[in-house]
Design a protein around this ligand. Sequence first.
Ligand code: SF4
Length: 617
Amino acid sequence: MSWSGKLLRVNLTNGTCTSEALNMEWAQEYLGQRGLASKYLVEEIDPQVDPLSPENKMIMTTGPLTGTMAATGGRYSVVTKGPLTNCIACSNSGGFIGAEMHNAGWDMIIFEGRSANPVYLYLLNDKAELRSADEIWGKSVWETDEWLHAKHQDPMLRIAAVGRSAEEGCLYAAIVNDLHRAAGRSGVGTVMASKNLKAVAIRGTLGVGNIKDPAKFMQAVSAGKQVLADNAVTGQGLPTYGTQVLMNVINEIGALPTRNMKEVQFEGAQNVSGEAMHENRPTDGKPNLTTNAGCFGCTIACGRISTIDKGHFSVENKPQYWGNSGGLEYEAAWALGPDTGVDDLDALTYVNFICNEDGFDPISFGSTVAAAMELYKIGAISTAETGGHELKFGSAESLVWAVEVLVSGEGFGKDLGLGSKRLCEKYGHPELSMTVKGQEFPAYDPRGIQGMGLAYATSNRGACHLRGYTVASEVLGIPEKTDPLATEGKAGLVKAFQDATAAVDSSGLCLFTTFAWSLEDIAPQVDGACEGEWTAERMAELGERVWNMEREFNLKAGLTAADDTLPKRLLKEAANVGPAQGRVNDLDQMLPEYYELRGWSTDGVPTDETRKRLGLG
Ligand code: SF4
């Protein structure tokens, strides 16, 4: 069994760290990471708890395949109740710290309570200590990383930290690990900072050695790696262009949300695309993209490492940003670019650097700036609120100013830290917030990709592409091509993607493998590593169990079927150009069928029969 079999419970109020046996019965039902940690959260907190109170808990968790030889087996998740959505939140990240944690002998760390003073957790195999973070409170993620490495004199130390925006209460703050990998969505970093926990620093040298059947496992792993290498998306597209391979593709099909989702195609898409990142800049003759990069154990390596032209206005007097760092992924490039109308690749890269340096979600940030720009355009916000600064669609200067004022946490920066929903409510136009359950949309317009509308509306953590990525089928034809403008069959498609995603997220593997792998490829790897018989069918059922458990948590937190909806703009204002011209999202045609397929009542509540079938008590 590749579970370590133990969890670390860190009580921040008392300053104690204690080891506990992992509940192996639950591990058989929920596997690990997203599923198993959510089970612990559901059992241990009141769903109505204030997310930023000491009563909320934050769980840092690996899957049983994290840190093993499996391709992409470097993932970890942070599970908590999210402050942006008031829903259950699970934010997944790659890099190296997840593998380090599992190699240190821990399946998960449960943080509870609140420390009286800033602290960080230092974890060296089975030695766990809370230490003072007084000197790094108020510092950025990057400064914190440097300080901890210097203090412990260990270049192999892996670090996850929150930045100043989290401390200031930005509701979409991230936890950034390995400098530019992030558990980015739903404000998990805000929860961490609310506990006065600045960082987690881990060194693990024990290895993940308890594989059930090493020969069978390695055979399944090798077969899986070959499938990834042979596939056009995971073998060529992602290594070459990263997720940014999608910018021009999504624009062409008329589903690239533009200027706060008012439009569906962006005239400057090419300038901020994956292809553009390869081209030499006319200004300094160098390309934006330096190289690709992989997380622990990854054979895809979709990560981007980029530079900015030293003469660009955003960095010309800031040499600290002249080197290589984490570059644009598609979702970040979209939110900072097309959604704000900005097509300046260097400006987007700079803002992305700052999102990593200070630790906040570029999707929520860009979308919130886009909403602010629309509020400015209609006169609901003026230079009186912004301290004299303009907030114009298409202005790179406005975008750069916005990111800097957010980091400062002062003036209009506080407003931007509220997120789009609360910002638009504050300025009297809630209808301009492009969110579901308080979380900002990612980069696919549901008028041009109908299934994504249903996926957003029903996502357990608010609008999200990583909870049911039907783009794979509707646009890329994986595993089979469906018509993005059709609604028929989308309820079943969304349910299947949601359940499979929950299973993958519970394993320790990266979701991007599913461009090539199905559960038929993943189950043998889990089966080779873990006690029990693990088939594709069992994995799918596990995913369905996790989905329903998350749903029940949200219902107990106070959400209802009325929250399974989309902003009026997407339901009433038709796309004005492109292949989706004349279309709105037809959510009302898909949602009732979805509830039925899920085995829920017409009010969106799992029936007793469904709960019993899934063993939900
Ligand atoms: S595919 Fe990309 S995000 Fe996933 S593990 Fe590999 S490098 Fe990381």
